[in-house]
Design a protein around this ligand. Structure first.
Ligand SMILES: [Fe+2]
Length: 196
C-alpha cells in the first residue's frame, strides 16, 4: 500500500540575501525621500513615498538583482516572467507606526527590500496571512499540535539588513508596529505586473 500527501495551493515566499549591495548608499537615498510628500495607503502613521525613479543609478544593482531573482522564482513556479519592476516606493515607520493588512492588486509578484545596516527586534515584522485564513480561523486554529506549513494561519519574518522578500501579490500581509523609540524602520516595496 502506498500513500502520499499532495501539496495543493502552496504559497511561495522567497527570501534573498542582497547584503553585498551598497546598502549605505541605498539607505541614504531612501532617507532623503522623507523630504517629499507622503502618501497614505496601508500605513498607519509613518512615511510612504510616491513611486521612486527606477532609473536612478543608486537603484540599478538592486533592480537588476530583484529581476534576476524574480525570474528564477517564475521558472520554479512556471509563471510568465515580468520584464521589469513596475513601481517601487519607500516606507519609513517611526515609533508606533505600522501597516494594516493589504494586498497589491493587479500585480503578479510583490516584494520588499530592507536597506538599513541593522534592524532591532520588534521594529515591525512583516506578517503574512494564509489565503484561507478567515475560514481556517474557525475550525483549525485550536487544533495545531505544532505549527507547520500545513496548519499555520500566519507567517512572520523579521526585517534583515540587505535582504529582500518576494511573494504573490494576492497574499495578504501587514507590518507590525515599530516598538523602538528613535529607530526609523526603512523598507522599499515594489510590484511586478503580470504579462499581457
Ligand atoms: Fe505591501
Amino acid at each position: 500500500m502506498t500513500s502520499e500527501i499532495i501539496n495543493f495551493a502552496v504559497t511561495p515566499i522567497k527570501t534573498i540575501d542582497l547584503s553585498h549591495l551598497n546598502l549605505v548608499e541605498i539607505e541614504e537615498y531612501c532617507l532623503m525621500k522623507i523630504h517629499t510628500q507622503s502618501v497614505t495607503k496601508s500605513n498607519q502613521g509613518g512615511f510612504q513615498s510616491g513611486d521612486i525613479d527606477l532609473s536612478e543609478k543608486v537603484l540599478r544593482n538592486l533592480n537588476n538583482h530583484l529581476i534576476i531573482e524574480t525570474h528564477k522564482l517564475c521558472d520554479e513556479l512556471q509563471l510568465k516572467k515580468p520584464t521589469k519592476i513596475d513601481n517601487m516606493w519607500v516606507n519609513i515607520n517611526n515609533y508606533g507606526h505600522s501597516n494594516t493588512n493589504h494586498i497589491h492588486p493587479n500585480c503578479l509578484l510583490s516584494g520588499v527590500f530592507y536597506p538599513s545596516q541593522s534592524y532591532p527586534e520588534n521594529c515591525g515584522d512583516i506578517k503574512f496571512r494564509h489565503p484561507a485564513h478567515d475560514i481556517m480561523v474557525y475550525d483549525w486554529d485550536s487544533q495545531q499540535i505544532n505549527y507547520t506549513k500545513y496548519n499555520s494561519l500566519t507567517y512572520k519574518l523579521s526585517p534583515i539588513s540587505g535582504h529582500a522578500i518576494i511573494f504573490p501579490s494576492w497574499l495578504v500581509h501587514k507590518v507590525e508596529p515599530n516598538l523602538n523609540k528613535n529607530f526609523l524602520r526603512v523598507s522599499m516595496s515594489f510590484n511586478m505586473a503580470k504579462m499581457r
